[in-house]
Design a protein around this ligand. Structure first.
Ligand SMILES: C[S@@+](CC[C@H](N)C(=O)[O-])C[C@H]1O[C@@H](n2cnc3c(N)ncnc32)[C@H](O)[C@@H]1O
Length: 295
């Protein structure tokens, strides 16, 4: 029997409801699949740098922000709570939201979690000062769905507010195996053949070109691109920074990340996109459903 490939947003929701946010040996399956396993000093220092980059981008929206996290799942961004006057987390996985609710019980700020599809957010225009979304966008398998999600996030963001997205780079030039896989997947005929022979991924995954993302959100404000993490999740988990070639590779990664963060965005696997929404209305006005007015 051939394996059924998940399709549509339903495939992502099903994965996270039935597998991704379940606990195994004290950790979620999501963590076992994608989390950082070995904690060496370079990794930990870079983790802190990446968090500070997100915090400093969000701080551009003000001192105490009303924050929306899209695709929080069972891992709400508690490291950002000291910047917030209130926090709202959205996800369509009820299993993930149950985990999130447990973690938010003792939060020092008002917190709300809502089950919703990011492609149709249940909030008024301009409701939030800032929006954060990590590793969510590329799990929406259709370009039309990703476009709707981006436009919805921009609709509920107030003018002058800040959107921070952590997403994947489709052309990670420093990681040849991953780059090759992406090139194959993006070449229609070869990609279809590769789909027949390789194991289906556990979860829908579609990485849109960064230029496409820029086209979608760029007209709404000032767009910035920066490296978020050079290595892939697998590199992070399996390559030790204590010995062998790994020691040198991790030093190179640290140097690139700290010295050339904007150039490194085009070399590595994950990027931070920051958009400060324009204060001027005009063509930037959106209506619910994520479609620009007149578009
Ligand atoms: C890889 S997890 C990331 C969780 C968390 N942001 C983190 O960085 O650890 C992706 C999450 O996005 C959610 N998600 C994906 N597409 C979504 C959509 N269209 N609407 C709402 N949630 C979505 C999934 O249910 C899942 O909880």
């Amino acid at each position: 029997m051939t394996e059924q490939r998940p399709t549509g947003n339903e495939g992502t929701k099903r994965f996270y409801d039935q597998v991704g946010w379940l606990k195994q040996e004290g950790q979620t399956v999501d963590f076992h699949l994608f989390g950082m396993r070995e904690d060496g000093p370079i990794r930990m220092a870079l983790h802190e740098v990446h968090l500070q980059r997100v915090r400093s981008a969000l701080s551009r929206a003000g001192k105490r922000i009303s924050l929306l996290e899209c695709g929080c799942g069972g891992n709400p961004a508690r490291d950002l709570f000291d910047l917030c006057c209130d926090y709202t987390g959205v996800d369509f996985s009820e299993t993930g939201l149950d985990l999130a609710r447990d973690q938010l019980k003792c939060a020092a700020i008002p917190c709300d979690v809502r089950q919703a599809d990011v492609c149709a957010l249940p909030f008024d225009d301009g409701r939030f000062d800032a929006i954060y979304s990590a590793h969510m966008l590329y799990h929406i398998p259709e370009a039309a769905g990703q476009r709707a999600a981006l436009h919805e996030m921009l609709r509920v963001l107030r003018p002058g507010g800040v959107l921070v997205l952590i997403t994947a780079n489709p052309r990670p030039l420093l990681f040849p195996i991953r780059l090759l896989k992406r090139l194959v997947a993006d070449t229609p005929a070869i990609g279809r053949m590769a789909d027949i022979v390789r194991r289906a991924p556990p979860i829908p995954y579609r990485v849109m070109p960064l230029g496409w993302v820029r086209q979608q959100v760029g007209p709404y404000g000032s767009f910035g691109l920066m490296i978020h993490s050079l290595p892939s999740a697998a590199f992070n988990r399996y390559v030790t920074e204590y010995r062998g070639i790994g020691k040198h590779l991790w030093r190179l990664i640290r140097w690139l990340d700290l010295s050339l963060p904007c150039a490194a965005a085009h070399l590595g696997c994950y990027v931070q996109i920051t958009l400060v929404k324009s204060v001027i209305g005009g063509s930037h006005r959106l209506r619910q459903g994520g479609v620009p007015e007149g578009g």
